[in-house]
Design a protein around this ligand. Structure first.
Ligand SMILES: Cc1cc2nc3c(=O)[nH]c(=O)nc-3n(C[C@H](O)[C@H](O)[C@H](O)COP(=O)(O)O)c2cc1C
Length: 182
């Protein structure tokens, strides 16, 4: 890819959050400009440090941690993004996006995203959360608005159950993200 594509990588409070570090690394190696945005709950699972180091960019951890510029950071990133990639995406974030909630940096960016940007969502959650009618209705709403979902995968879940809910393999998420940016 000749021109560096801008990706917002939203990381949420899932046990799979650590896998997003590998994803950030793969996309950075593919010459994308990756800006990681972590929810407060994501920071219970992994610190911003690996993302900062792997992407060579500051990590957004709070709606109010603005730096020097006059434009709010969440608007600046949302204006410039080519892709909003949410991986792992919790049931909570999917619900917030479906209903237009904007109570943290990531959900604000999703609402303020420029219309040219693509949206790729990689869910990870307990199988019952994924199959719940509320989650499925939220997924349908987002798909109807043009968001693409990748996964979830089937297998042994960290909650101890077997079923659908695992984060899709990160190399395949990275591959699809790069295809969408072409
Ligand atoms: C150990 C643990 C693992 C969790 N894993 C998930 C998960 O994989 N997917 C999910 O949707 N929620 C999971 N949750 C619940 C979310 O962390 C919770 O809904 C939180 O509010 C999500 O916030 P966020 O969407 O702002 O990141 C987990 C909670 C705990 C304590």
């Amino acid at each position: 890819m000749s021109v560096s594509k801008k990706i917002i990588l939203g990381v949420t409070g899932s046990i799979a959050a650590h896998k997003a570090a590998d994803l950030a690394s793969l996309l950075t190696k593919a010459r994308c400009d990756v800006r990681v945005v972590m929810t407060a709950d994501a920071q219970r699972f992994i610190t911003p440090l690996p993302f900062k180091t792997l992407t060579r960019n500051p990590v957004v951890t709070d709606l109010y941690d603005e730096d020097e510029g006059w434009k709010p950071m969440h608007i600046e990133l949302a204006d410039a993004a080519d892709l909003l990639l949410l991986a792992p995406a919790t049931a909570n974030l999917i619900a917030k996006l479906a209903h237009g909630l904007a109570d943290d940096a990531l959900s604000c960016m999703a609402l303020a995203l420029n219309p040219q940007a693509k949206i790729l969502i990689a869910p990870a959650m307990n199988g019952k959360m994924w199959q719940h009618a509320a989650t499925q209705a939220n997924v349908k709403l987002l798909k109807n608005r043009g968001a693409e979902f990748i996964g979830p995968d089937e297998g042994m879940l960290s909650c101890g159950y077997e079923g659908v809910g695992r984060l899709w393999p990160v190399d395949q998420i990275s591959k699809r993200a790069l295809q969408l940016l072409r």
